[in-house]
Ligand binder design. Structure first.
Ligand SMILES: Nc1ncnc2c1ncn2[C@@H]1O[C@H](COP(=O)(O)OP(=O)(O)OP(=O)(O)O)[C@@H](O)[C@H]1O
Length: 280
């Protein structure tokens, strides 16, 4: 059976900033509809650059960006089409928020699409609810806490009702409670059919959350099921990542005969608890 066409895909993409060395060389990344993809790699490895290529903010020097299998054209029409499907939330919310109030900021994208006022209002209400910040609608963005600004920035992207939501280190700088709430929000968006791509340094979160992983190392970009890639010690080493806690626990359980060879290890404390209950 042929796999479904990825919603968005980079094909043999290479990129260098002006007068700079190559940041990405011959990179391929297919994002299947409805999946959760974690992008990992060392500092300066090219994650942000790759996310900007994937969302059309940067254009690859060679290679192509495909949307639903068709090459994206970087004219006004092509970019509008891309942006109605793919939205990027940048790492620093202060690079994204600029309007006076949260609601105004969130309304900016839908208004720019030329949607009728009622539709804009509906989308803003929906996005604020999705991010659990309805109470902040009229607050000036510069008076919000960092975590609240992050949520407001994500709401701005969600209001565009993108098929693919791309986020650059969305959990960085959030407290543990804020991280959990954000993951719950992402789960709800995914349940509603949104594809999510997230750059992160948090291997534990990536293993728990992602279906697919994409790992950048000096050898290039490796992609595949998150559980397999995040248990590959050589790859983790090359990408300067540590082994996820759950992978170490799985190995320990197998070495003690508590988990059959090849069986996936527990990814959360709850899964470990359930497994220990089963083995008595
Ligand atoms: N606007 C720019 N102009 C020139 N070089 C840049 C620019 N942005 C990034 N770079 C360079 O490109 C390389 C990749 O940077 P990028 O931000 O994509 O990495 P990253 O994996 O997101 O890093 P981090 O984990 O630290 O956020 C780095 O060497 C960086 O210095």
């Amino acid at each position: 059976m042929t796999p479904p066409t990825p919603v968005v895909e980079l094909v043999r993409a290479s990129f260098a900033y002006e007068d700079g060395p190559a940041v990405l060389t011959d990179v391929g990344l297919a994002v299947p509809e409805g999946r959760a993809v974690a992008l990992l790699g060392r500092n300066g490895g090219g994650k942000t650059t790759l996310l900007r290529l994937l969302s059309g903010g940067l254009r690859c020097g060679s290679g192509a960006l495909l949307l639903d299998g068709a090459e994206v054209t970087y004219d006004r029409k092509g970019l509008t089409r891309l942006r109605t499907s793919v939205q990027l939330v940048v790492q620093d919310p202060d690079d994204q928020l600029f309007a006076a109030s949260v609601a105004q900021d969130v309304s900016f994208g839908p208004m720019n699409l030329g949607l009728p006022e009622d539709e804009v209002r509906l989308r803003v209400t929906e996005a604020l609810e999705a991010l659990d910040i309805t109470a902040l609608a009229d607050r000036p963005t510069h008076l919000l806490s960092y975590g609240q600004r992050k949520r407001a920035a994500i709401a701005g992207a969600v209001a565009m009702r993108p098929r693919v939501l791309i986020m650059d280190e969305p959990t960085a700088g959030l407290d543990p409670h804020g991280q959990e709430r954000l993951l719950e929000t992402l789960e709800r968006l995914r349940a509603a059919g949104t594809t999510v791509v997230m750059a992160t340094h948090d291997v534990d979160l990536a293993l728990r959350w992602a279906d697919e992983a994409a790992v950048l190392s000096p050898a290039g970009l490796r992609t595949g099921p998150a559980a397999g890639l995040l248990a590959d010690d050589a790859l983790l080493d090359a990408a300067r990542l540590r082994r996820p806690w759950a992978v170490s626990v799985g190995r320990l359980l197998r070495s003690r005969g508590l988990l059959p060879e090849g069986a996936p290890g527990p990814r959360t404390a709850e899964e470990l608890d359930a497994l220990l209950d089963r083995v008595g």
